[in-house]
Design a protein around this ligand. Structure first.
Ligand code: LLP
Length: 392
């Protein structure tokens, strides 16, 4: 682990960043930006008394988890291993929410052993198994029903989760039957309602639609004389991938205000969020080096030492990440397809990017890669894992 001094997120023209000595590819994590982001979230959320769970799936680096846990955040986990890791890094088990459509018996037992805050349940068979396993331990498991609100998140189809066609959650027409069955199950207790409609949502009106849908649902529950203790609206707040320096910290103020203005919470009901990308997305960059510049008849390829094995988002979701050459001194620009070395045509970070004229050995920075970057890496082609570098 190295420490680079004098780095700022706005790196394009920054000549002080000691990137020359770095082994590449490397994930560069700006811990001071993380701290500022955490502070902004806590300030805005505590204004309304909201509880934030950090979604470990976005980035599970130990040091980063410890920093987030230290600030009093809860955790949103999607596997038994994430629960174990969250506890190890200092998250209170009483602030751990456990989501996922396919929780195994072993994972449920792990969660029961830690007496977590909530099992966010996605089907009746799952609730029945949790009841059975909790009974064996003479426990009563806290349940939140993950309801599929059928709200369109207007984001990439692979990260849309709140439509009936998606595998996630309980459909509204199933609720009645599930509540009836739950009344017979003695080792589970309904504590909350959970929603998560998708990720990288940049149009805040989408969250208004979610609030309206939850309000209607709450009316139905009220008519059945049910008021749950908490509502969990998941995550999904997007970040500015196109101009990361304009918005290094997402607009948490406006985001939380939407829920305050449009969600009709019942007295004593607490609102929870599960934020991933908006917490860690902008604090990470993927540093890479140009191996070759390859001229083709119509264009040039910049072949860099980072690949889809380090960052799969462009290949998987056609995701945009800002790319900068931070070492070229050229005043002229050229169009490049920026590609990795892996034997797959999809190993492309971006096509036709305008960059200063680049050469072998130049350093390339792929921005906004703190979330869903390193965690989705693979060793395909027997490639090494990227280095990890912290700036503090
Ligand atoms: N809660 C639940 C139930 C989730 O499924 C997710 C993300 C989150 C919270 C956190 O969402 P966030 O605040 O990060 O949007 N690999 C994809 C993103 C997958 C998101 C999966 N669920 C990507 O690289 O865009």
């Amino acid at each position: 682990m190295h420490c680079i001094q004098n780095y700022t997120p706005s790196t394009a023209m920054n000549k002080q960043f000691d990137f020359q000595s770095q082994k590449t590819p490397a994930y560069v994590y700006d811990l001071s930006l993380l701290d500022q982001t955490l502070k902004a979230i806590q300030t805005e959320a505590s204004f309304y008394g909201y509880q934030i769970h950090y979604a470990l799936k976005a980035n599970n680096n130990a040091l980063i988890l410890e920093r987030i846990a230290n600030q009093g955040f809860g955790a949103d986990c999607v596997s038994g291993n994430e629960i174990t890791e969250a506890v190890k890094r200092g998250f209170s088990p009483q602030k751990i929410a456990f989501a996922g459509v396919g929780k195994t018996d072993e994972e449920i037992n792990t969660a029961l052993n830690h007496s977590i805050f909530s099992f966010n349940c996605e089907s009746l068979p799952e609730i029945e198994i949790i009841n059975e396993l909790a009974k064996k331990k003479q426990q009563i498991a806290p349940i939140a029903l993950r309801i599929n609100p059928n709200v369109n998140a207007n984001t990439h189809r692979y990260i849309t989760t709140g439509l009936e066609e998606n595998k996630f959650g309980i459909n509204i027409w199933e609720i009645e039957g599930i509540l009836e069955r739950m009344s017979e199950l003695k080792n589970v207790r309904l504590k909350g309602l959970h929603f998560h409609i998708g990720s990288q949502i940049t149009d805040l009106d989408t969250f208004k639609n979610l609030c309206n849908r939850i309000n209607l649902l709450q009316e139905d529950f009220y008519a059945r004389q049910i008021i749950v203790e908490h509502i969990n609206v998941g995550g999904g707040l997007g970040i500015n991938y196109h101009q990361p320096d304009l918005e290094t910290i997402p607009d948490f103020k406006s985001y939380f205000k939407i829920f305050h203005d449009f969600l009709a919470l019942r007295p004593m009901q607490k609102l929870h969020f599960e934020l991933g990308r908006s917490v860690v997305g902008q604090m990470g960059s993927l540093l890479s080096k140009v191996i070759y510049v390859k001229k083709a008849s119509a264009k040039s390829f910049l072949i860099i030492d980072a690949a889809m094995t380090d960052l799969i988002r462009p290949a998987l979701y056609q995701a945009y990440h800002k790319i900068e050459n931070i070492s070229s001194k050229s005043q002229e620009t050229e169009k490049y397809d920026v590609v990795g070395p892996v034997c797959e045509s999809a190993d492309i970070f971006a096509k036709a990017v305008d960059l200063p004229v680049s050469k072998r050995g130049d350093f390339i920075l792929i921005r906004s890669t703190g979330a869903y970057g390193q965690v989705m890496a693979s060793n395909y082609n027997m490639r090494d894992n990227a280095q990890v570098v912290f700036i503090d």
